[in-house]
Design a protein around this ligand. Structure first.
Ligand SMILES: *Cc1c(COP(=O)(O)O)cnc(C)c1O
Length: 279
């Protein structure tokens, strides 16, 4: 059952909107390649082409994309691209910025002449080597890894949509990161859901890790047009290489039970049932 809302969703950046937003004094466009909360994969190639045509530098935050998608800077035509090693099983605390030849950027850390005067200070060599090794491994197994993640996410999405009413899949069904699943459950509160899942040993998130601890609904879900009360009931589950289909079954069984239990405690749900509203 679909949620009883039909907002006009804005899960993707519309190239036409970008073209209209670029002004004569625009110096940089920065768009995430894949969203960390709802997994949507943006049409970066098309967007970068628009920036190029207007003579504006284009940066993409590819932190979620690296190790998950086939990323080729020349094909995408981006000027700048950033990545973070720990998102593809590399060491924490190291990342990289790709800078296209001819693109001039200011120094990031002033002082020594390391990294062509861009970032003073001795390089973190073990981190850098670790990142490169992790990236190599990730791309050697990309297809297999993607297939595995896709299987787990599809199983989770299908089972939840089938067994739990009043749920919405956030982000696009096809055009999403293979390991990302993000739902909104109506009539319940994401934080309670997280706590109860945690007690069952299931680690999930209600928004981005950077905002955990905040009780505000996800800015991403609000930005795509979800109403507050529905954005509040959101849950993100992200799979990695060690997850299994048995774990998906375990998650689904627990979700069915917990969502039902929380709804029984929810005055909103009680109201909804009393009024006999139709979904
Ligand atoms: C994790 C993440 C970051 C931040 O990277 P850290 O190295 O963890 O600070 C930035 N952008 C996206 C899309 C991310 O997923």
């Amino acid at each position: 059952m679909k949620l009883p809302i039909s907002p006009s969703m804005k899960e993707f950046v519309n190239p036409k909107d970008l073209a209209e937003a670029i002004r004569p004094d625009t110096t940089l466009v920065s768009i995430m390649m894949a969203n960390n909360e709802i997994g949507t994969i943006q049409p970066i190639k098309e967007l970068a082409a628009i920036a190029k045509e207007k003579g504006v530098i284009f940066h993409t935050d590819a932190v979620q994309a690296m190790g998950n998608l086939d990323v080729k800077v020349n094909d995408l035509n981006v000027d700048l691209l950033s990545m973070s090693a720990h998102k593809f099983y590399g060491p924490k605390g190291v990342g990289a910025l790709y800078v296209r030849k001819g693109v001039r950027i200011d120094s990031f850390v002033h002082g020594g002449a390391q990294e062509r005067n861009k970032r003073a200070g001795t390089e973190n060599v073990p981190g850098i080597v670790g990142m490169a090794a992790a990236l190599k491994l990730a791309y050697e197994n990309l297809e297999e890894y993607n297939k595995h993640l896709r299987k787990l996410s599809n199983k989770l999405i299908d089972s939840v949509m089938e067994r739990i009413p009043y749920v919405r899949l956030n982000g696009d069904r096809e055009n999403r990161l293979p390991g990302n699943v993000n739902f909104s459950f109506q009539f319940i509160e994401g934080e309670s859901l997280l706590l109860m899942l945690d007690m069952k040993g299931i680690q999930a998130s209600s928004g981005s890790a950077c905002t955990s601890g905040s009780l505000d609904p996800s800015h991403v879900l609000l930005a795509i047009g979800l109403p507050h009360e529905i954005a509040h009931g959101s849950l993100r589950i992200t799979f990695g290489e060690d997850n299994t289909e048995e774990q998906v079954d375990y998650i689904v069984d627990n979700l069915v039970e917990i969502v039902e239990r929380l709804r029984q405690m929810s005055p909103l749900y009680e109201d909804f049932v009393k009024k006999g509203q139709k979904a």
